[in-house]
Design a protein around this ligand. Sequence first.
Ligand code: TYM
Length: 342
Amino acid sequence: MRPTPMRVVSGIQPTGNLHLGNYLGAIRNWVRMQDDVAASGGQCLYFLADLHAISMPHDPAELASATREMVAALVACGIDPQRSIVFNQAQVPAHAELQWLLNGTARMGWLNRMTQWKDKAGKNREGASIALFTYPVLQAADVLLYQTTHVPVGDDQKQHLELARDIAAKFNNDFGGGSEVFTLPDPIVPPEAARIMSLRDGAAKMSKSDLSEMSRINLTDDADTVMQKVRKAKTDPEPLPAEAAGLEGRPEAQNLVAIYAALAGTSVADVLARFGGQGFGAFKPALGELLVEVLSPISARFNALRGDRAALDAILADGSGKARALAAPTLTAAYAALGLAR
Ligand code: TYM
């Protein structure tokens, strides 16, 4: 059932702000793929993973408005709802339905190995929600529902994508009767920005759940805030090396140079050819200015859009209708393969 044109699907949780890790690791690729894929007759679907958001304690009053804000942020980054299908899971019940059907195929042992489950549940596994444990099965349903060929994500989602492939392969094998009910999707991870790290700790990834605002650059930060966060970013006392090998064992320096390279669309080697031998006193202001140059048009568009509730709701209503139609044949095929009469 693999479609010949590309079918691109990816999602983001509508909790907290869109940060630089989301942008460089995933959203920038969503925008790039939207042009190529549409030109080749394919289809991109980008969604707000609101069903995933309930796996952790959350405030119901905030979830709907955070979902709308995330739509505004995606459009501000360059996602065009005319060309890409933009929706939220809660309006496409097929996601939750397919998750249940896949629960019969996913194995406890597979889910127990998920590093995100181990990190988020921590020592309190008994107290973690069941949704947090089965979260990767919903993520598998998200992509398998659309016969997805490619999934643009950051490095931290690669393991979940591997699991989606394992579930698809086992389901096809056990219930496909010789045909492929599901397509096996490939992840697309940008090599230059696969894992953007915290500005306070080069060993932790930049994340919405970090308690320190200083650890991340939000796409909505104003120029002064961006410059201040970069100025205060943790570094070491050495000047920058002339070659990439000199960044070994210097995770904070490595992260800042990688961010510069990703933003400038150049390589780490090129950045070091320019800044090698100089200290952070020279490099940090240059990085801050580049960040402001890239982020300020995005934050201006975001601020113009975020208050237009009717327009944002209309994007989700339109996208959800299209997603429901695209999801229907695969959901029907999955019910039939399992021998479920409806
Ligand atoms: P989420 O909301 O945590 O992140 C959204 C996207 O941003 C990427 N990302 C990063 N990339 C590089 N460096 C970082 N520091 C960084 N932080 C986040 C993530 O890899 C992701 O691509 N489970 C997913 C949402 C999801 C999904 C899906 C994704 C639900 N269903 C189906 C793809 C396909 C999540 O929580 O992403």
